[in-house]
Structures are given as C-alpha cells and as structure tokens.
Design a protein. Sequence first.
Length: 114
Amino acid sequence: MTNIAKVVEKVVAEYSEEKKAEVTDWILKLGVRPDDPLFNLYAELGTTQFALQQLPGRLDSLVVGWTDMVDDKLNSASKVAIHQQKSAIAEAAKDLVKMTKQGMALRKALSYAP
C-alpha cells in the first residue's frame, strides 16, 4: 500500500471500498501530496461532511427514544391522575351518603317531635 493510500485509508475509514478507491484515484490524478496542508484541510472537511451525513439518522433514533420516554411518563402520570380522581370522587360520594343519612335521621327525628 502506498503512502497516499495509507493516508486515504485513514481519512475515509468509514467509506465503502468503492468510495475509497474513487478518492484515491482522484488524489493520484490531481497529484495531491498527503503532506500538503490543503490535503489535511480537505481530509478534515471530508470527515466532517461524513459525520454530518450520519447525523439525521442518529437524531431520528434519539428523537424516537425521547418520544417513547415521554409517552411512558405521560401514561404513568395519567394513570396516577385517574387514580387520584377516582379516590376523590369516592370520598365525595362517601361524604354525600353520610350527609344524606344524617339529613334523613334529622328529618326522621323532627317528624317525631310534638
């Protein structure tokens, strides 16, 4: 493997074999030297471009994870809220029954009064 090929291999490690061959071919055709500062700049730009191209897929999976987590939290919170509402309704019904019984007992007591 030539010096240029080694440098290209390092720079485009994530590329397909076909893409690596294409990049190497262009470097050889254009006569670019690996020790040229512009070569290093282009290499960094290529690496950055590749990373940016991968970003949408990674962000999608991250967003899906966040969405699932938020859905789980909302489901849990809604279950707690429903349980609390049921408890409050049951307590209010119990109080109403108690007040109704007291009211009936009072009416009954008053109806026996002379």
